[in-house]
Design a protein around this ligand. Sequence first.
Ligand SMILES: NC(=O)c1ccc[n+]([C@@H]2O[C@H](COP(=O)([O-])OP(=O)(O)OC[C@H]3O[C@@H](n4cnc5c(N)ncnc54)[C@H](OP(=O)(O)O)[C@@H]3O)[C@@H](O)[C@H]2O)c1
Length: 355
Amino acid sequence: MITTSKGIAPSVESASAPSRRATRTGLEVRLAARPDGLPALGDFDLAEVAVPDPAPGQVLVRNLFMSLDPGMLMLMTGESGLPMPRYEIGEVMYGDAVGEVVASGDPSLSEGDLVVHRMGWREYALAPAGAYRRVDKGAYPTPSTHLGFGLVAYVGLMDAARLRPGDTVFVSSAAGATGSMAGQIARLKGAARVIGSAGSPAKVAHLTGKLGFDAAFDYHDGPVADWLREAAPDGIDVYFDNVGGEQLRAAIEVMNVHGRIAVCGALNRQRTARPDDGPGDLLAVLGKRLTIRGFTLGDHLERAAEFGPQFRAWLRDGAIVYEETVIDGLAEAPRTLLDLVGGAYTGKTVVRIAS
Ligand SMILES: NC(=O)c1ccc[n+]([C@@H]2O[C@H](COP(=O)([O-])OP(=O)(O)OC[C@H]3O[C@@H](n4cnc5c(N)ncnc54)[C@H](OP(=O)(O)O)[C@@H]3O)[C@@H](O)[C@H]2O)c1
């Protein structure tokens, strides 16, 4: 159950400047309780707070869209294992968002500017100007595309997996935000064969139909290693791992000598809230001289400068399909996050906070 507390408990931002005039109110989502196991709706709290005008140096942004990432579930729990701060009980959660400047106390940003930042899970963000990055309003047909995970897929392939032309690439959770980008970008960067796994027949058809994967299978349908041997008779060179668990172990079995595995995500763990069984016996890793490399986007942000123009060109030329699931209303964000990990959506899932 989501509880709504109106007009009480000021946000962090308003608490830091209580004397400033508040001309607006806005909703925000806080962590209500630290989940024991899988998060539930009762672990979120929706509150309405006063939103002060910006002080000198600050900028007030009305959020248009926020990004949802399964990793947020891990930030709700005690030890996420992720290289970012966990959510604290009673505090607003954070995450990527794109919004429009509505009032600026700093000359670097003006009313109407479009900005991306890390203060999702709220209708209004108020922070020093340096917390925002201005983006081109005309870059994409909708501002939500700025929240896409194409760059995540790109650095996973290029930096962690060191993709080479002619590689056979396997992507798990391939119909999702990161996976759908990884499969298509692998092809655009020269992969000879791209294989994807997903959790339903409809998603599998989508992969080989609209997204142009060479082969795809439903990971629920029998041993993953058997599917991989059939889909990749010459073995796998690169595995883009969003999942862990059985799919990681199966990929190791079917990898070629000097194969490279980019560990992007941990959906197996995120869906069950239990530790993953891991890659299993490492003898195959030794014997085949495999590389298993975890990565996070934050270590590779310099790639944005080369990726942005390429991505926009691919979109313009119809070379890449970019898909979103858009859910309306900040109040729906907690349920949407839980449904996301349950497999409800395809493409990138965003919440439209305002339009
Ligand atoms: N390294 C980084 O910098 C970085 C950045 C962003 C995201 N990530 C991580 O990358 C992963 C993918 O994120 P995303 O936003 O692209 O999610 P996503 O794939 O769009 O959505 C989650 C999907 O997970 C699938 N799923 C859940 N449990 C599964 C399991 N045990 N095995 C296979 N699929 C499962 C579900 O689809 P099915 O119907 O197919 O089961 C669901 O559609 C997450 O772990 C996320 O935290 C990492």
